[in-house]
Design a protein around this ligand. Structure first.
Ligand code: TYM
Length: 329
């Protein structure tokens, strides 16, 4: 059975981009593949979170995973730092990653621009840790949003370098996966760019209905189309992109026609969008609250996940050590 893996950084709550870009796909895949879902708490150390915040951050994401429909009896859900083998594979893969290619990574260049005072080596080698996450289970498919495409390409490069260097095909070359469709990019509501955890432009699964409504009503628009068939500018296209994800096709068709006929009222469009977002996240929001109050269950889930994930990780690392020639005396 093919192996699927995906992860979410434990920085900030899940937003619509995470949900529609990645999590919803995991949920659909869990019954047909051997699925691993993990919380990337080590990745979040690049931003130096306070020690006291670890539990709340990991717990929130875990509850959101569960609330979104990932079933720990079917899939393996675990916390990255519970699997020490990932750190060892990261070290080994670092020997196959070149400084130049890491410096050219788009996400690294973005981070350097945003935080010039904290350009640490963990940020530079972030894609290598991601590759270790994926290769530790020799995963084939990785459901992610469009923003992770380059990281997946780098993972394939590291994996094939390893295979070539040691003359084998130990690691499969994993691909970014979205059921045969293009990878998704959910935009923010601030006019340009993607919805991001640190960009202050997100709608979160844990937001209450009123907050969702307020955020949507504040979305950037313009003064409206002035001639029939006018091309949509980015902020309006972004609203439609989210509408296409959360609303029924006839709703999208209706508002598109209104736009093209220049009769659209953005207030109505936003009300509809807020209503449909709320409809899609209502049940998830309720379940998040239930899981948050059940620490005993969360402990059971992470322990079970750790055991299953370590079994696979130990096997892979044993293979890697043998291939490299670290065989002991
Ligand atoms: P993170 O936590 O930023 O995002 C988690 C997942 O959500 C997707 N995503 C989006 N999809 C569509 N539109 C958006 N606006 C949007 N924003 C986020 C991301 O593509 C991702 O699939 N480095 C990763 C976490 C990670 C990981 C891995 C993922 C660590 N190791 C191994 C896959 C495999 C990250 O920071 O994702």
């Amino acid at each position: 059975m093919e192996i699927v893996l995906s992860g979410i950084r434990s920085t900030g709550n899940l937003h619509l981009g995470n949900y529609y870009g990645a999590v919803r796909n995991f949920v659909k895949m869990q019954h047909n593949y051997n699925c691993y879902f993990f919380i990337a708490d080590l990745h979040s150390l690049t931003t130096h979170p306070k020690p006291g915040d670890w539990k709340a951050n990991v717990k929130q994401i875990l509850c959101e995973y569960l609330a979104a429909g990932i079933d720990p009896e079917v899939a393996t859900i675990y916390v990255q730092s519970d699997i020490p083998e990932i750190a060892e594979l990261y070290l080994i893969l670092n020997m196959l990653a070149y400084k130049g290619e890491l410096e050219r990574t788009t996400s690294f260049k973005d981070k350097v621009r945003q935080n010039p005072d904290n350009v640490n080596a963990g940020l530079l080698t972030y894609p290598v840790l991601m590759a270790a996450d994926i290769l530790i289970h020799r995963a084939n498919k990785v459901p992610v949003g469009k923003d992770q495409e380059q990281h997946l390409e780098m993972t394939r490069n590291f994996a094939s370098r390893f295979n070539n260097m040691y003359g084998n095909d130990f690691f499969p070359l994993p691909t970014a996966f979205n059921f045969g469709s293009d990878l998704i990019k959910i935009p923010g509501l601030d006019g340009t760019g993607k919805m991001g955890k640190s960009d202050g432009n997100g709608i979160y699964l844990a937001d209450d209905a009123k907050t969702v409504e307020k955020k949507v009503m504040r979305a950037v628009t313009d003064s409206g189309p002035t001639h029939k068939g006018q091309k949509m500018p980015e902020p309006i296209r972004n609203i439609f992109t989210i509408l296409e994800v959360v609303s029924e096709p006839d709703v999208v068709k209706y508002f598109k026609e209104q736009y093209h006929e220049c009769t659209i009222r953005y207030g109505d469009l936003k009300k509809q969008l807020a209503k449909d977002i709320n409809l899609s996240i209502d049940p998830i929001r309720e379940r998040i609250k239930q899981y948050l109050s059940d620490d005993a269950y969360l402990r059971k889930v992470t322990k079970m996940g750790q055991e299953k994930a370590r079994e696979s990780a130990i096997k892979t690392l044993k293979g890697v050590r043998e291939i490299i020639g670290i065989t002991g005396f």
